[in-house]
Design a protein around this ligand. Structure first.
Ligand code: ADP
Ligand code: ADP
Length: 223
């Protein structure tokens, strides 16, 4: 599919509160797109709808050709998700957690795949540690490794760099860019510099409405 994500007039209410208001956008295969907006704009709500954890009230969303309501299993297979404040399992060892997760995903040849993601996310020297012994940056690597285990075509990252110290910030940004060389990525943030550091394109959301959607090169040439 050339189109990885197609969102069409999605609205979501929490009681009277309208968290998403006729949101539409498309993301092509291979893009790294920033989903930028202040707290409460609706970013997490949109991401939970794309990952099938929440249903929209109106509109529809297609991920890798699969409808998020009608074909949840297919969507979950083709999408990797790093939620905000990823809970993980604090008392598990890194490798134990990834093995547990591979079992949940039903991954074939999981030993090989686990070693690949450990290497890819720079966790080699930390596999024997407990998750609660890791810094925030290494916890995010575990979250990324987990999201990549089943070789998803699309990655959804909710505020992946919030709360990282400056060194970790640089490293996690590099890692995300590297992963993005062969994976479509939608990542949320409330900071424009985040988008500039990692993304080709930005979709800006405010109060549940899309207010801008453009390639960074176009935005820069305007000024
Ligand atoms: P963002 O991720 O951009 O910070 P959210 O999608 O988390 O935004 O929230 C959008 C709006 O919906 C906010 O006003 C938030 O308070 C509200 N909201 C989010 N989740 C719930 C919920 N479970 N119940 C009620 N309101 C919610
Ligand atoms: P985000 O950074 O995505 O905005 P929040 O802090 O808004 O995260 O949300 C954290 C959790 O609280 C989520 O599960 C969300 O659904 C829930 N939540 C957010 N806002 C509300 C709200 N106004 N009422 C009830 N639950 C909420």
């Amino acid at each position: 599919y050339l189109m990885s994500i197609e969102v069409s007039k999605v609205s979501k209410y929490y009681g009277q509160q309208k968290a998403l208001d006729e949101v539409s956008f498309t993301i092509n295969s291979g893009e790294i797109v920033g989903f930028l907006g202040p707290n409460g704009a609706g970013k997490s709500t949109m991401m939970r709808i794309l990952t099938t954890y929440l249903n929209a009230n109106e509109g529809n969303a297609i991920v890798n050709g699969h409808d998020v309501v009608e074909e949840q299993r297919e969507v979950q297979k083709s999408i990797g998700y790093l939620p905000e404040n990823n809970p993980l399992y604090p008392d598990m060892y890194v490798k134990e957690y990834l093995s547990f997760s591979a079992g949940v995903y039903n991954i074939t040849d999981s030993k090989k795949r686990i070693n690949e993601v450990i290497e890819e996310t720079g966790l080699t020297s930390h596999v024997g540690k407990k998750i609660n012994e890791l810094s925030k940056g290494y916890k995010q690597r575990v979250g990324l490794a987990n999201a990549l285990l089943h070789c998803p075509k699309v990655l959804i990252l909710d505020e992946p760099t919030t709360g990282l110290d400056p060194n970790q910030l640089v490293e996690i940004r590099q890692l995300i860019k590297k992963v993005g060389e062969n994976t479509t990525i939608l990542l949320s943030t409330h900071i424009m510099q985040e988008v500039e550091a990692m993304c080709d394109r930005v979709i800006i959301i405010n109060k549940g409405k899309i207010v801008a959607d453009d390639y960074l090169k176009n935005l820069n040439s305007d000024t």
